[in-house]
Design a protein around this ligand. Structure first.
Ligand code: TXA
Ligand code: MG
Length: 331
């Protein structure tokens, strides 16, 4: 059996709210990727998320809130940097890590003294949050380590009847997960790059934001699951190849009797399957996960993706691609 997929009509939202109040999981569209939502104040419901995803219990999940929600229920304090970023980017694809308020479940924070909050801009997510009235814990709706979902069908494929209802908000506009900024520290730290860029963040802050690379050296425990090197991974082995080497690599694989799937701007020729990659980073991000799933399903032996440009606009995409390549090939 598989999940019911319903457009986000008032009736479907009411059904989703009833399921959430009963401790069940609901597939929730957001502008970044689809989330697997549960009542963030119900420990058993949050435990269901971890069970469905096969995710380690000590990984924190983001709490999604409605626009204008009272944040004091979740955050113990609101640093000035948080206010500035919320004013500039909420609702939208930005998650803030804040000092946790007393009552926030350990299952949500992973036992840490901080909580991740996000106010998504997708109208169906906002409608669900407003009708529900509380916070929704929601990681990306994929099995742990696998490719994040950007359509309702992806969510249903991934979980079957473990998720009774998926609200269909159409394909996600952004396509990669939210930017995460830790504002619980004296200087804000960019923990996960995303659509909201480091430059946009520092403009809104009127000051610098540290990158994860700058801080990683001092930190031994991974606080963001996206910081584990293997993530967003297809089952087919994936390699990133510079544009100039693509035709040679396809020929070499083919000579070894291996069929190749390619995602690149120009067709290098000789691939069993080639898809054209968008030349601009926003359209590339939008297409990335659906393309990974699509090519992963073609039954080819290896995937070769053209390495995108090194320019800052491609940072978030390069981050996800690098992790997808590291984790790939583990059927
Ligand atoms: O765009 C998104 O953020 C999507 C949609 C559904 O909102 N959600 C998402 O959730 O990507 P997830 O769980 O796949 O990734 C959230 C990341 C995790 O890597 C988690 O470790 C980190 O946020 N995170 C959550 N709370 C945290 C905290 N208190 N401190 C540090 N990292 C935290
Ligand atoms: Mg995820």
């Amino acid at each position: 059996m598989s999940a019911r997929i319903l457009p986000p009509t008032p009736d479907a939202i009411a059904q989703a709210v009833a399921l959430l109040r009963a401790g069940q999981l609901v597939g929730m569209p957001t502008e970044t990727v689809y989330g697997l939502a549960a009542d963030a104040s119900d420990a058993e419901a949050v435990a269901r998320i971890f069970a469905a995803k096969g995710r380690p219990n000590d990984h924190p999940v983001i709490v999604h809130v409605a626009a204008g929600a009272d944040l004091s229920r979740w955050a113990a304090s609101m640093p000035d940097a948080a206010r500035r970023l919320m004013d500039a980017f909420w609702p939208g694809p930005l998650t803030l890590i804040l000092p946790r308020a007393a009552g926030v479940l350990d299952a949500v924070t992973g036992g840490q003294d901080t909580v991740g909050l996000r106010c998504p801009s997708h109208p169906a997510a906002q409608a669900l949050l407003a009708a529900f009235g509380g916070g929704l814990a929601a990681p990306s709706a994929n099995r742990f380590g696998r490719v994040s979902p950007t359509t309702a069908a992806h969510v249903a494929d991934e979980f079957g009847d473990a998720v009774p209802l998926v609200l269909d908000g159409g394909p996600c506009e952004v396509g990669i997960e939210s930017t995460i900024v830790d504002v619980s520290t004296p200087v804000p730290i960019l923990l996960r790059p995303g659509h909201v860029s480091a430059l946009a963040l520092s403009e809104a802050l009127g000051g610098a934001v540290l990158t994860r690379a700058q801080v990683d050296a001092q930190r031994s425990v991974p606080r963001v699951s996206g910081s584990l090197s293997a993530h967003y991974a297809p089952r087919t082995p994936l390699r990133l190849v510079d544009a100039g080497r693509l035709a040679d690599e396809v020929a070499a694989e083919t000579a070894r009797g291996r069929s190749v799937g390619v995602w690149s701007r120009q067709n290098p020729g000789g691939a069993a399957c080639w898809l054209e990659a968008p030349a601009d980073p926003e359209r590339y991000a939008q297409a990335l996960y659906a393309t990974l799933r699509d090519l992963d399903g073609k039954g080819v032996d290896v995937l070769l993706f053209e390495q995108p440009p090194a320019a800052p606009a491609w940072t978030a995409v390069r981050d996800r691609l690098g992790r997808a390549a590291v984790g790939s090939g583990q059927a």
